[in-house]
Design a protein around this ligand. Structure first.
Ligand SMILES: [Zn+2]
Length: 427
């Protein structure tokens, strides 16, 4: 587990370095893919919504680098390759989220330009993202929350999330917005909660992690925490060092400002062994007070937090149906990244079918066939979305990564039919 964590962190550092060193290159506009038809930006009506819930179904991948989508009442938003696009729900027509008639969408003056932003979310009619001040460069760690209107206009800074030079090697900071509050990772990876728009100084401490802002110390102590919300409660899912990096789930109730551990990784003596026995689960999701999780090579489980009761949903023991699972409250998607296959189960245990997505991870520049990465990143009642990460360029400054988005209708998925179709984004 530690090795996996280290490799993951090194990758993050590498990507962060790339983002800074080769940032300019990465953000240069690429050869643009023509949209499906020749509609103009103004042809799409963008409607605001007033949702105050955390969009958990667009935070499925449990990796902040893949929180690249979100939705409003009328459409979906996807960020990749430096720009944000809007996709109309009814037609799946995509436009760049700019709205400036004279704009060529080729530099930072474009409304749709978000640079290296990798996580967007939608809250009460506005699009939110976290970004660092570019001039600080590697190690500055100065992260803030920004917002823009649903049509891409009026970008503004909302609040600071992480002070300059007190961050942890400048990794992008995670955040989520729920019930008027922002839960986020701040200085030294401490997890804080503050009213939306409030000063960093006014934030409540949710969980003290106090990582040293020093690379070696950080590697030796790394706890990865993923933030979540469900109902009135906020959650942190991670691997506390104090418990030998075994997965644990903490619940935070903002009304009483109290953090409690509500679950820990099961004991293989009771469940039987799995790929990462007694240390970590292979994917999880929390909805309506139920924690769903996958033990690769063993099965799918549900844990009722209030009743403290575990149920085994189904055995999943076939050797090809291993990997990491993503859940959306309706289905479990087991991602076998070795074979580029997804295996879909209903959450009452029925097996629905398999999907080969190797095409989507074979579209990089000079990249070996099938060697990209793809994950389910979002879903709603009609569609499920896959995001593929491929090499988009290699230069002396480093590598740059490109992102493509695909969808599958849930009507097809229910019968094990269909295949992932590409959403043609204008950038
Ligand atoms: Zn533009």
């Amino acid at each position: 587990m530690k090795k996996t964590i280290t490799v993951y962190l090194l990758l993050c550092i590498l990507l962060t370095l790339t983002a800074c060193g080769g940032g300019k290159k990465q953000n240069e506009p690429k050869e643009s893919t023509p949209p499906i038809s020749d509609q103009t930006d103004t042809a799409v009506q963008i409607i605001d919504a007033a949702e105050t819930d955390f969009q958990k179904n667009f935070h499925l991948a449990q990796e902040d680098a893949f929180n690249r989508g979100c939705m409003s009442e009328a459409g979906y938003y996807f960020v990749g390759n430096g720009y944000v696009s809007y996709v109309e729900k009814d037609t799946l027509r995509a436009v760049i989220l700019c709205g400036k008639p004279e704009c060529l969408h080729q530099d930072q003056t474009c409304n749709a330009y978000l640079g290296n932003v990798q996580h967007i979310t939608f809250y009460e009619g506005r699009l939110y993202y976290a970004a660092a001040q570019e001039q600080g460069g590697f190690g500055s760690g100065d992260w803030s929350l920004y917002a823009m209107n649903a049509d891409g206009t009026q970008k503004q800074k909302v609040q600071s999330l992480r002070s300059p030079n007190d961050g942890f090697i400048s990794l992008p900071t995670q955040f989520l917005i729920h019930n008027g509050l922002v839960l986020f990772k701040s200085n030294r990876e401490n997890i804080l909660c503050a009213p939306l728009g409030a000063d960093l100084a006014a934030a409540d401490m949710v969980k003290v992690n106090d990582l040293e802002p020093n690379e070696d110390a950080a590697l030796a102590n790394l706890e990865l925490w993923y933030l979540w919300a469900d109902g009135e409660t906020f959650y942190c899912f991670g691997n506390p060092k104090a418990d030998q990096f075994r997965n644990a789930l903490y619940a935070y109730r903002p009304q009483i400002k109290e953090l409690t551990q509500v679950w820990k990784v099961p004991d293989s003596a009771e469940t039987g062994t799995w790929d990462t026995s007694d240390v970590s689960v292979n994917g999880w999701y929390l909805g309506d007070g139920i924690l769903f999780y996958f033990l690769s090579g063993n099965g799918l489980y549900a844990f009722d937090i209030a009743r403290e009761e575990t149920t085994k949903i189904t055995d999943v023991t076939q050797s090809e149906r291993t990997g990491t699972a993503v859940f959306d409250g309706e289905y479990a998607y087991i991602n076998n990244e070795e074979n580029d296959m997804l295996f879909v189960y209903g959450l009452t245990g029925e097996y629905l079918g398999a999907y080969d997505y190797s095409e989507t991870v074979s579209q990089g520049v000079g990249q070996e066939s099938g060697s990209g990465v793809a994950k389910i990143i979002g879903s709603d009642d009609k569609l499920v979305f896959l995001c593929a990460q491929n090499l988009s360029g290699m230069s002396q400054d480093g590598i740059s990564l490109g992102y493509s988005f695909y969808y599958l209708p849930k009507a097809d998925l229910r019968t094990g039919a269909g295949s992932f179709q590409k959403i043609e984004l204008p950038k």
